[in-house]
Design a binder for this molecule. Structure first.
Ligand SMILES: [Zn+2]
Length: 489
């Protein structure tokens, strides 16, 4: 295998394709074919994709300077999909991206079936292009600009420009932003949804673990509950439809957005997590439909995983709408016969715009909990602690390649996951147990190595590198003596 003697230093949020283009120019190669052979050892058909393959070969040529996991996490769009995939599906996607055959990869992520790829293009922001030329000496492709549904730059707010290839050319022409004719991807320069969705997707891409917590903590369901659209754990479909229909704006002329603004069915399927892998664009667009911004996502995540009290600034009242509207909302709220104020129609709206009145109303209409008031939290805590240990054991007992014991992996297997994430402080014992069952990278590697060794003939000592590759380990966190001792246990 040929070692690469030079490779460009990646710029912030630079895509893998962009790095390949810069390498191509650095060594003055004549064709993409030659560049692909040097970088990937083969003719890669996915280098221009946001989910490229052949990363194993590239990592080896760079002699581990960047592991496959690092390349995936920092140079591709897979992290954006992470919250919506099971651990297994995510690992399997990485394995495919490591190998040379990416067939079916986009299909397994639900990208093909979603129909959202129809409008994908090579996009850039003029302000970013200017900035990158000034600071880094050249423009480059930002991976966030390539995400489906990102039509404006999350940094500058400009509508992105989509490159039009001249006849007979495609990404294999190895070009950088601004080198081909291009046109804006939106005809409406100030589409609220586009700004919000771009911001949220950028946050999701940069903070995949926080985005996992958001999805696992059922942010959307929490939001709907706040808005009075969940009653006794059930979605109030009619109320949801009534609220969303005007926001869906079916008259929208933006082709990329027509895919998500036409029809209501996908929303209920997404909320019930049915049928397909959730597409990040749809998820974050629905967050926007439910009047959430990137700050709400951050705030939810912060509240779910810390005990910090709400900052005083957050308690400030939002700007007040006109009196007629307020009066109508109050009437509607009072008419709703739901027992709990939180479940009443318009609770969330009043919470934002008329909080003083709402607080006063809630004070005089307290819901007397008949059974829940007597909830014995210590019993619940003990039950959840046991479930957490059982979940850990289930992961350990799983046949096949080991799965890492992460917070998400464990919590997905317990029944009170939602409650735990929302009411963290009521589960002190479970919190400790959770901390205790999580696995360090070192312990996980030991488990993977053990598994890999057992898969080979135990009597035959294989090369450590073979075992490591089989176990999917790129950067070793285990000492050589520990590996040796594993061979003889
Ligand atoms: Zn920009």
């Amino acid at each position: 295998m040929d070692r690469l003697f030079l490779f460009p230093e990646p710029f912030p949020d630079e895509s893998l394709y962009s790095l390949a283009v810069r390498y191509h120019r650095l060594v003055s190669n004549k064709s993409y074919r030659q560049t692909s052979r040097e970088l990937f050892g083969t003719y890669s058909r996915t280098c221009g994709s946001v989910i490229p393959c052949c990363l194993g070969a590239l990592s080896q040529r760079l002699e581990g300077q960047y592991s496959v996991a690092e390349l995936v996490e920092t140079r591709t769009l897979l992290p954006l999909y992470r919250p919506f995939l099971s651990e297994q599906a995510y690992e399997s996607a990485i394995l495919r991206m490591q190998g040379t055959h990416g067939t079916g990869l986009k299909m397994s992520l639900g990208m093909t079936a979603s129909g959202l790829l129809k409008h994908a293009s090579f996009r850039y922001c003029e302000a970013c292009m200017q900035h990158d030329s000034d600071v880094f000496g050249m423009p480059y492709w930002h991976r966030i600009h390539m995400a489906v549904g990102v039509c404006t730059c999350p940094v500058h707010g400009n509508v992105l420009l989509g490159a039009n290839f001249p006849e007979g050319a495609d990404w294999r022409s190895m070009f950088l932003p601004g080198e081909f004719a291009s046109e804006p991807v939106l005809s409406t320069p100030s589409l609220d949804a586009a700004f919000a969705v771009a911001d949220m997707q950028f946050w999701g891409l940069e903070n995949p673990q926080q985005a996992c917590d958001l999805v696992d903590g059922e942010f959307l369901r929490w939001r709907l509950t706040e808005m009075g659209m969940v009653h006794r754990g059930r979605l109030k479909e009619l109320a949801i439809r009534k609220f969303l229909e005007p926001r869906l704006d079916p008259g929208n002329k933006e082709v990329e957005y027509q895919l998500v603004t036409k029809g209501f069915e996908w929303i209920m399927c997404l909320l019930r997590r049915r049928r397909w892998t959730i597409q990040p664009f749809r998820y974050y667009f629905l967050c926007w439909l439910l009047e959430s911004s990137v700050n709400d996502l951050r705030e939810f995540q912060r509240r779910a995983f810390s005990y910090l009290p709400e900052p005083a600034s957050a308690i400030k009242h939002a700007s007040r709408p006109d009196e007629k509207m307020v009066a109508a909302r109050r009437r509607e709220f009072k008419r709703d016969i739901s027992e709990r104020c939180h479940d009443k129609l318009g609770y969330y709206w009043l919470y934002r715009h008329d909080r003083e009145w709402l607080n006063n109303y809630v004070k005089h209409h307290r819901f007397i909990r008949s059974r829940e008031a007597s909830t014995d939290w210590s019993v619940q805590d003990a039950r959840l602690s046991k479930e957490l240990v059982d979940a850990r054991d289930k992961i350990l007992d799983k046949k096949g390649k080991p799965i890492k014991i992460t917070k998400s992996a464990v919590l997905r297997r317990v029944s009170a996951q939602y409650r735990f994430l929302r009411e963290f402080s009521r589960f002190p014992k479970s919190f400790q147990v959770l901390e205790g069952v999580l696995e360090t990278e070192h312990d996980f590697q030991i488990r993977k190595l053990n598994w890999a060794i057992k898969k080979f003939s135990p009597s035959k000592r294989c090369a450590t590198s073979v075992i490591m590759r089989f176990a999917g380990i790129r950067i070793m966190r285990v000492s050589e003596s520990e590996v040796d001792s594993l061979f003889f246990t």
